[in-house]
Design a protein around this ligand. Structure first.
Ligand code: S3P
Length: 168
């Protein structure tokens, strides 16, 4: 069964996922990177040339492929845009919702040309998108963890919560 990281853009899912994979001695897969490899185009080019719906279709296809594997899987923030994905992720147990203060996140992602759904958006637009998605992350999350300090302590918090839950 996969350990799946969910949460908004820029919260640190990939960095945390890589660390967590080392702790659990499992392979790490970044779903965005898998999409880029599968399509042979960078994310902004997929959005521009093929459209977001094409990106979402490949994202779902690869989610199905990876979620049953014994890996740590970092998903893109928009994975919850497709209602089918919610059902697929819900069937998995260890879904970790990583969250960070939205103002911090905004400063990280607004200038990132590799993130078409954030690049050059206003704070209000990003907050709207974030608020829209929160209930869906919450619906499929097993645990929620704040990534407001450093990556190591976030990874430790995840590990501790998984152990504590195992013991109950
Ligand atoms: C998206 C998030 C991105 C990536 C794509 C769309 C979104 O992943 O999948 O740019 O709509 O939130 P990150 O969460 O890793 O930035």
């Amino acid at each position: 069964m996969a350990v799946v990281l969910i949460g908004f853009m820029g919260v640190g899912k990939s960095t945390i996922g890589q660390q967590l994979a080392k702790v659990y001695n499992k392979p790490f897969v970044d779903l965005d990177s898998a999409i880029v490899k599968h399509v042979g185009l960078a994310i902004p080019d997929i959005f521009k040339q093929k459209g977001e719906s094409y990106f979402r279709a490949i994202e779902s296809e690869l989610l199905v492929k990876f979620i049953d594997q014994d890996i740590v899987l970092a998903t893109g923030g928009g994975i919850v845009e497709n209602p089918n994905n919610l059902g697929i992720i819900k069937k998995n147990k260890l879904n970790i919702w990583v969250d960070t203060n939205i103002n911090t996140v905004y400063n990280r992602i607004v200038g990132d040309s590799n993130r078409p759904n954030a690049n050059q958006k206003s704070l209000d637009e990003i907050k709207k998108l974030y608020n829209n998605r929160i209930s869906r992350y919450n619906e499929i999350a097993y645990i929620k963890v704040g990534n407001d300090s450093d990556v190591d302590s976030c990874v430790q918090k995840i590990h501790n919560q998984i152990i504590a839950d195992d013991e109950n």
